[in-house]
Design a protein around this ligand. Structure first.
Ligand SMILES: C[S@@+](CC[C@H](N)C(=O)[O-])C[C@H]1O[C@@H](n2cnc3c(N)ncnc32)[C@H](O)[C@@H]1O
Length: 290
């Protein structure tokens, strides 16, 4: 039998998102997702932090305690709402998945769902918070990669999760993509998602970074791996190509810029979304877009 869960939604001013997230993590969450306006969240200036907690034996008290801890830790301007689900959290997420708008063309949604009228579907089977396309960094990266895709573009997506970034690139017309992840479950999901999107023949999903270079290297990761992999990632960029990194917030940004500068890469462009940053890096400051 699957473990019961309950869902807590925090409606938070964007500037307080870090504090609220820290308070939330201290309550022992099973899953976290952050939504801004384009990924099904509130209007600009606020974000939703969605948390999944396992039910304890003492469910009503546990829920009350979690809600109280969040209200106390996350500050006065945070709206906490509790929702219950009797099924497992994956099932809950799959059923609950709103289309996430990715870049200017796509909506990520589960196979069989109906995309918004002006959007192409990017089918994502995974109901998990990350890899469903619902995270602001995923949407941010899809928007950033769009100008770099043409029919010759070879893509390397490091930390691919369920493959959303590589799949978006392929659906935009990229020649091929290799997705790399240390999580074999994520790789299996990525392969299924490639098949759902009809691009399986142009994609490979592997656990170890291949030696070849790529025209577009994507790394929507965490600050730790982004630092540790800086040398490997820098060496995978084809001459004239770009690296897009994301998955960090303002306090880590300067340090990461320095790390990549030490590997000969300059910031060509920088964007942020719901407090998360994304950088386009190249060895040539004037890196050409298609
Ligand atoms: C934040 S998720 C991003 C998923 C996907 N890129 C997206 O935008 O939706 C980061 C992924 O990086 C993977 N990861 C973490 N460290 C890694 C490493 N050193 N090498 C490859 N993948 C890694 C995790 O398993 C996870 O699937």
């Amino acid at each position: 039998m699957t473990q019961g869960v309950f869902r807590v939604r925090l409606d938070v001013p964007t500037r307080a998102a870090d504090t609220a997230l820290a308070a939330a993590l201290a309550t022992g969450v099973q899953g976290v997702e952050i939504q801004d306006q384009e990924t099904g969240g509130p209007p600009p200036g606020r974000v939703y932090i969605i948390l999944w907690h396992a039910d304890s034996a003492d469910t009503p008290n546990h829920r009350r305690d979690v809600a109280a801890a969040l209200r106390k830790g996350a500050g006065a301007d945070v709206v906490v709402s509790l929702e219950t689900a009797d099924d497992g959290w994956t099932a809950l997420l799959a059923a609950d998945l709103e289309p996430a708008l990715l870049g200017s063309h796509f909506a990520a949604l589960p196979p069989g769902a109906t995309p918004p009228p002006d959007r192409r579907p990017l089918w994502v089977e995974s109901g998990g918070g990350f890899g469903s396309g619902m995270h602001p960094t995923t949407a941010l990266c899809v928007g950033l990669l769009e100008p770099f895709i043409n029919a010759e573009t070879r893509v390397l997506d490091v930390g691919c999760g369920s493959g959303v970034l590589a799949l978006a690139a392929l659906l935009m017309g990229a020649q091929s993509a290799v997705g790399v992840d240390i999580d074999s479950v994520a790789l299996a999901a990525a392969a299924r998602n490639a098949a759902h999107n009809g691009v399986g023949d142009r994609a490979r999903w592997v656990e170890k970074m291949p030696p070849q270079t790529a025209d577009l290297v994507l790394a929507n990761l965490y600050p730790g791996p982004l630092t540790q992999l800086a040398s490997d990632l820098s060496r995978r960029i084809e001459h004239g190509g770009v690296l897009i990194i994301s998955g960090f917030r303002e306090p880590q940004r300067k340090a990461l810029e320095g790390v990549y500068r030490d590997h000969g890469l300059h910031v060509v462009d920088a964007h942020s979304r719901a407090g998360w940053h994304g950088l386009i890096l190249s060895s040539r400051p004037e890196a050409a877009r298609t």
